[in-house]
Design a protein around this ligand. Structure first.
Ligand code: PLP
Length: 412
């Protein structure tokens, strides 16, 4: 019998991986206390004589600068960032938005919340990102927008997708909730489409517990974003002038302060994760039956939310889930990211019929074979936090190499 931990041997990482997150210190404490002591906890502009004293306003400026857009608007979470983006581009009932089959539910539900109809499209088997050829095939005269998700932090094929969007006169919305710091040809994601959407939820690379932002350049779109985020007010209108029915998507001043402090840490953390991700990929590529998402010279910076391993079932005597169990036994926690293609959730069976009009989408019959295969048999995902510590890379690589060296015993 082998020394695999799943068979009673010593695990490679008996204490698991060091994954402390979020990381914070005096800067965050001071930022929170400063807001507390100032006594203005709400970010409404009419509470500030000078906009620059609002932490949320300062964060919006700093985030726009970091992403490379003219503007950013902070919101309470990533789901509302997406809803706001789709409300701002203006979907009529029956308008379709192309959504990748591989993503978190919010990418799709936000479309429905803004009166749109998600049309699910398969992903590229190499990159796990929206497949441009499948997008072309899915465009109908109802299509209003393409939503790209930079899934796990790896960028979508932005050259081709921007071209398709321009050619068909469609909005391009980026769900960059998982891709803080990722850059394509030197431009950060969130600045490549018409609107970029971010989440600052606890697990994200920039976090304030719950938060989000939209990023954009176009000022007409910006006026609409302002109105839909701020109870229908206009940027230059009065406090009690409301031009559209809209929600209140405002972030608190405490979270603005926390985000400013966390943003100072983001570039260095992104660089460490990218370097450790590269080092792990070099080790993984030596193991028959495992691989990672491909290198691409156009990816000039790499943020992470998930580290994806591709498990080739043909090269192993067990199936992916037994492999995951064996890796877990070695002390390396892993999962399958979001488990199932997003269209399999019952949420879409109950879309209000008034939105669909005569729309032919029957969600019960949607099938995206690549997405299904990825989730069923291929993906082994590690959450990003281990990447901040080089020793974790050694532990993960050693555990994978151990499973490979004992692969015949896995089935025993
Ligand atoms: C791809 C993607 N989109 C949207 C969201 C929604 O963000 P939030 O949880 O802040 O609402 C998430 C969050 O997990 C996500 O991963």
């Amino acid at each position: 019998m082998s020394n695999l931990a799943i068979h009673g041997g010593d695990p490679v990482a008996p204490d698991g991986l060091a994954t402390d997150w979020p990381r914070f210190g005096d800067a965050e404490r001071e930022a929170l206390l400063e807001v507390l002591d100032r006594g203005t906890w709400c970010a409404a502009p009419y509470l500030f004589d000078d906009r620059r004293t609002s932490t949320v306003a300062r964060f919006e400026d700093a985030w726009a600068e970091y992403i490379g857009t003219d503007h950013a608007t902070a919101v309470p979470n990533g789901t509302q960032a997406l809803e706001l983006a789709f409300r701002a581009i203006g979907l009529d009932p029956g308008d379709e938005v192309i959504v990748p089959a591989v993503t978190f539910i919010a990418s799709a539900t936000a479309v429905v919340l803004a009166n749109g109809v998600p049309r699910f499209v398969d992903v590229d088997p190499d990159t796990y990102q929206l497949d441009p050829a499948a997008v072309e095939d899915a465009i109908t005269d109802r299509t209003a927008a393409i939503e790209v998700v930079h899934y796990g932090g790896y960028p979508a094929e932005m050259d081709a997708l921007r071209e398709i969007a321009d050619e068909h006169d469609l909005y391009l919305v980026e769900d960059a909730a998982e891709a803080h710091g990722t850059a394509w040809r030197g431009q950060r994601v969130g600045s490549l489409g018409d609107v970029g959407c971010f989440s600052f939820q606890q697990g994200k690379a920039l976090s304030c517990g719950e938060g989000g932002a939209v990023t954009y350049n176009d000022s007409t779109l910006g006026d609409r974003i302002h109105s839909y985020a701020r109870l229908g007010r206009t940027p230059d209108g009065g406090r009690y002038e409301h031009r559209v029915p809209a929600g209140n998507f405002r972030l608190s001043e405490f979270l603005g302060g926390l985000l400013l402090a966390q943003l100072d840490r983001l570039p260095a953390q992104t660089a460490v994760r990218a370097e450790n991700g590269r080092r792990l990929a070099d080790r993984v590529e030596q193991i028959a039956g495992l691989s990672t998402l491909p290198d691409d010279a156009r990816i000039t910076d790499r943020g992470y939310y998930f580290y994806f391993l591709k498990f080739d079932p043909v090269a192993w005597p067990v199936e992916r889930d037994s492999f995951r169990e064996a890796l877990g036994a070695e002390g390396i926690p892993c999962h399958t990211a979001h488990n199932d293609p997003v269209y399999t959730h019952p949420a879409f069976e109950s879309i209000d019929e008034r939105l669909l009009y005569d729309n032919p989408i029957d969600y019960g019959t949607v099938s995206c074979p690549v997405a299904e295969r990825i989730y069923e048999t291929e993906v082994v995902a590690l959450s990003k936090d281990f990447l901040l510590d080089a020793h974790n890379v050694e532990l993960v690589a050693t555990a994978l190499e151990k499973l490979a060296a004992n692969r015949d015993d896995l089935a025993a």
